[in-house]
Design a protein around this ligand. Structure first.
Ligand SMILES: Cc1cc2nc3c(=O)[nH]c(=O)nc-3n(C[C@H](O)[C@H](O)[C@H](O)COP(=O)(O)OP(=O)(O)OC[C@H]3O[C@@H](n4cnc5c(N)ncnc54)[C@H](O)[C@@H]3O)c2cc1C
Length: 580
């Protein structure tokens, strides 16, 4: 169950797929160079390998515990968190003004990949704090920034995101928590929140909750939601009127406390408005967009860990004699079916990594270069990255169990933990169904489809580069056909003759095909760009690219066809959903 940070693959993706070298050359990351990135990521990888990976299984079996409002995280977590924040990992891409290193999001993404692979339940605490830092930096008043950002950036305090209530999950318009203005300009918050990640824990002296609530007379639905900062400990050192009433017993990420929170049982928790009244959802979206990239990364990270474990097991486990091999028994890695499963795991992981890092790069270009086209690309890629990467996280972890046979189904090997941990990522941060809806109803039709057309244009320029390499002729052919199918599917969805039910019925198929095409095209661009560079990962990436192009891209044509038939299939089969 050891873990080795895949530094060569991460650096390849950063440099050749996400275009880090060009990004630096364009003057968008002052003081950063390839050597610095490499040494920083090796440090992050070492921390993950030595400190976090060894506690992952214990964190799963021990879990977080609740006792009368107090939450104890698994043994070792508080000390590891202290070392982690003292190492400066919390503030990698936080604003320098508040003590951060102000590095691009793609660098933080690379560092967090190793943290998350090593122990996903640990990584969730920092992920929420990172999102809150972004939301406060962009929307809070100067006073609130000064009061909270320095300690959140250093990691001395942590933060949470409080959206969900029992009756308000995907549908935040049903949210009921209340905020009443007080004479001193603050607010009194009351209400119950559920499923709050790291809502209470033993890592820090203060926890800063970002809470969505309604002001008196606020409009109904999502237009009447405001965002408040509600600290556990108030500036005068007294405890605020809030408590953790319990934690969930759940399928995976046992080390991360998922808390029920009660605000205002004794008159109202003190909070301060962030941004404008009734514009809370827009402010929270800053946090959610950041958290969506981080959640996408969880899919990649767990897939990588599951692959590494399955690869090691397959080399060790002896069963049957593989065709053409000497002796009477072979390691199972020599059987074509097992090799096929392992390559599927690794190729999908790299495709998803390519999409996630490219999304982070688009966010960086938009933020640092004020580049509107990059913002449109980031907006388009975010739901694709979130849903595609977290879905493949589950698929890959499940294949990992298959490779272990019966030993995968029992807890002893740890293969099952990866699937249990991976399973939450398609659910939180907007379920993958909601991501698909966001893609087809909002991101795709934006500006008459200009962002998606620009993305296809970029992919077609990659095909030209790939075609210049004779050994990649199969890749160019498959990619060209898949982009063509994806263009047709997008055109069909954009056609004004389509009804909304037709678009909704085929949304998930469209998102999946966009994930496959984007992951393969971006990797192909990286492979072509790395030619002649002696990059240590080049040969491996070329192998994975052939596999993706020939074994997964053909499914794009089927997805493009099924999405068109999806609405009529639902009608033809609707009788099957009736009771009885
Ligand atoms: C471990 C864990 C940690 C979490 N952490 C946090 C946190 O830190 N902060 C926080 O605020 N929340 C958190 N959540 C809550 C999480 O974001 C929600 O569970 C998620 O948004 C889905 O809401 P729901 O569970 O109510 O499901 P529902 O909204 O009831 O959805 C159920 C199913 O219906 C589908 N569905 C719902 N509406 C539609 C629609 N309009 N169209 C099509 N399909 C639809 C969904 O895709 C899903 O498959 C966490 C949850 C868990 C389990």
């Amino acid at each position: 169950m050891s873990y080795t940070a895949p530094l060569a693959d991460i650096l390849f993706t950063l440099r050749h797929v996400a275009g880090l070298d060009r990004f630096i050359a364009d003057g968008l990351a002052e003081g950063l160079d390839a050597d610095l990135v490499q040494s920083m990521l090796s440090e992050a990888g070492r921390f993950a390998e030595e400190q976090l990976a060894p506690v992952n299984k214990l964190a799963d079996s021990e879990g977080a515990r609740w006792d009368n409002g107090r939450v104890t995280t698994p043994a070792g977590f508080p000390a590891i968190y202290k070392a982690w924040r003292e190492g400066g990992w919390n503030g990698v891409s936080a604003p320098a003004e508040f003590g951060g290193s102000d590095l691009p999001l793609m660098i933080n993404t690379a560092a967090m990949e190793t943290t998350t692979s090593a122990c996903m339940s640990f990584s969730l605490g920092p992920v929420l704090t990172h999102g809150a830092i972004d939301a406060l930096a962009e929307h809070a008043s100067d006073d609130l920034k000064q009061a909270y950002l320095p300690k959140l950036v250093s990691g001395e305090w942590t933060a949470t995101m409080n959206l969900t209530e029992p009756q308000a999950g995907s549908d935040l318009g049903r949210l009921r928590s209340r905020a009443v203005p007080a004479a001193d300009g603050s607010y009194r918050i009351s209400g119950s929140k559920i499923f709050i990640t790291h809502g209470e824990h033993d890592w820090a002296d203060n926890i800063i909750h970002l809470v969505l609530a309604r002001l008196p007379d606020a409009p109904v639905g999502t237009k009447g939601i405001s965002l408040f900062v509600v600290p556990k400990v108030l500036p005068d050192g007294t405890l605020n009127d809030l408590r953790c009433t319990g934690i969930e017993h759940k399928l995976g990420i046992h080390g991360s406390p998922t808390c029920s929170m009660s605000y205002g049982d004794n008159g109202g928790a003190v909070g301060w408005l962030v941004g404008e009244a009734n514009k809370g959802l827009a402010c929270m979206f800053t946090m959610m967009n950041r958290a969506r990239v981080a959640t996408a990364l969880q899919g990649v990270a767990i897939a990588e860990r599951a692959y590494q474990q399955a690869r090691a097991y397959a080399a060790d486990r002896l069963q049957g004699r593989a065709e053409g091999q000497a002796g009477d028994v072979s390691p199972i890695i020599d059987h074509p079916d097992v090799r096929n499963n392992l390559l599927t795991m690794r190729a999908l992981t790299q495709a998803a990594r390519s999409v996630v890092y490219a999304t982070a790069q688009a966010v960086d270009r938009a933020e640092r270069g004020g580049d509107a086209a990059a913002q449109a690309r980031a907006d388009l890629l975010t739901p694709i990255a979130k849903a595609f990467a977290t879905d493949i996280g589950v698929d890959v972890a499940s294949l990992g169990i298959q490779i272990h046979g019966g030993m995968g189904f029992v807890e002893e090997t740890g293969a099952a933990q990866h699937l249990r941990d991976a399973r939450i990522a398609p659910i939180y941060e907007g379920t993958n169904g909601i991501q698909a809806i966001d893609l087809v109803l909002r991101k795709l039709p934006r500006d008459g489809g200009a962002p998606v057309k620009a993305l296809f244009g970029h992919f077609e320029s990659i095909v030209k580069q790939v075609r210049a390499n004779k050994d990649l002729a199969d890749v160019a052919r498959q990619l060209d056909a898949a982009i063509c199918d994806a263009r047709i599917a997008a055109g069909w969805l954009l056609d004004p003759a389509r009804t909304t039910p037709e678009r909704l019925a085929g949304a998930t198929q469209f998102l999946r095909l966009m994930g496959l095409v984007s992951g393969t095209a971006l990797l192909a661009g990286g492979v072509a760009a790395a030619r002649g560079s002696n990059d240590p990962a080049s040969a491996r990436m070329t192998g994975l690219l052939h596999f993706l192009a020939n074994q997964t891209l053909p499914s794009v044509s089927i997805l493009a066809q099924t999405l068109r038939d999806a609405a009529s299939s639902l009608v033809l089969a609707e009788v099957a959903l009736e009771l009885g």
